[in-house]
Design a protein around this ligand. Structure first.
Ligand SMILES: [Zn+2]
Length: 352
């Protein structure tokens, strides 16, 4: 079977899984005023013995402003783009798997956990990842209602779609120019870096050997954008491979007559773990300018993930814990140096 077929098979499997989800809320809806909502769907799938096994499903297009980090206390999920949520969910899935004695996907080798050797991982997304990989796609879709700016002198980093003529550069997530500032990097840039660091986060990387994505499954990315974004500017030993699919069965896709859904649906397929987020917290638990109501934090916020680590944490704060993994920090710094102009968000720390 060639890889074109594989892209289509993965797309079909993920979209079927999403459509068959029997849940009360979380999918885009038509509002009472007639406005139809759109979203992006992303999924990490495991490929094993010819089988396609969806692990995560996540939707979302929002990002919280940088200032939320002053009070979030590790309880809020700042980046709710579907790809990034899928990666966070995959880390929670890994924490679920290490508790099992009969995991199909994870094995223990001496003291370290590993993904089984015969598994490959693909990230499926219904839109090209925002940032550098989507530049041609965006310029072909000028009906986009997000404003474009060009102001080269403003800064050394590119906010959203500023300086649209510059290719191969780090960008923050696109947003309306009147929205509060976020320094969250585009999904293209974050995914690019994961070709070096792997997709385990600060927490799971203390348990697992590095795990890498093998494939990116998308429809509208040009080969030129893909190679510039992921390969030319960032040579590593674990390069993503592009798998295209060529049909559209996702009924909630982007369109200029629709509005973005404020909600994110999180779903771990093997365990049927589900949660709906709004403003970075459990839907219904948001309080303006404050952390969520008690118990209203997400299952994938940093505090929740840290609590799920089945090891004692020898650090006073989350930042201290993160920085104690020197090897991982050095890899991240190396990748950020290669990509250049990596503007950091403020720290969101908490006491462990
Ligand atoms: Zn994105």
């Amino acid at each position: 079977m060639n890889n074109d077929d594989l892209g289509n098979r993965i797309a079909r499997t993920v979209i079927d899984e999403f459509n068959n989800l029997n849940i009360k809320s979380g999918k885009p809806t038509t509002r009472s005023n007639g406005v139809i909502e759109w979203t992006v769907l992303a999924s990490i799938v495991a490929l094993m013995n010819g089988e396609i096994i969806p692990i995560t499903l996540a939707t979302g297009v929002k990002v919280l402003p940088n200032k939320v980090r002053n009070y979030s206390n590790g309880l809020m999920v700042h980046d709710m783009h579907a790809e990034i949520l899928s990666l966070r969910l995959f880390n929670l899935f890994l924490l679920e798997e290490v508790q099992k004695s009969d995991s199909k996907l994870v094995k223990k080798n001496n003291d370290i956990f590993q993904l089984r050797n015969d598994i490959k991982l693909a990230l499926f997304v219904t839109e090209p990842p925002c940032g550098d990989a989507s530049m041609t796609y965006l310029s072909n879709n000028l009906e986009s209602n997000d404003p474009w700016e060009s102001n080269r002198s403003e800064s050394t980093f590119n906010r959203g779609r500023n300086n649209f003529d510059q290719l191969g550069v780090v960008r923050t997530k696109p947003g309306r120019s009147d929205s509060l500032i976020s320094y969250s990097k585009s999904c293209s840039d974050k995914l690019c870096l994961k070709q070096l660091t792997g997709i385990c986060n600060a927490i799971t990387s203390t348990l697992f050997d590095p795990i890498f994505l093998n494939f990116l499954v998308v429809k509208d990315v040009t080969e030129q954008d893909f190679y510039r974004c992921f390969i030319d500017r960032f040579p590593t030993d674990h390069q993503l491979e592009l798998l295209k699919y060529d049909f559209d069965l996702f009924e909630y896709g982007k369109s200029n007559i629709k509005e973005p859904s404020p909600l994110s649906l999180l779903y771990i397929c093997p365990s049927k773990t589900v949660q709906v987020l709004n403003n970075g917290v459990k839907n219904g638990s948001f309080i303006r300018n404050k952390p969520p109501k008690p118990g209203g934090e997400s299952i994938i916020c940093n505090q929740s993930l840290a609590k799920n680590l089945p090891l004692p944490i020898d650090a006073r704060t989350y930042e201290e814990f993160k920085r104690s993994n020197v090897e991982r920090e050095l890899l991240k710094a190396k990748g950020q140096t290669i990509l250049q102009n990596w503007k950091h968000s403020d720290v969101d720390d908490f006491i462990i």
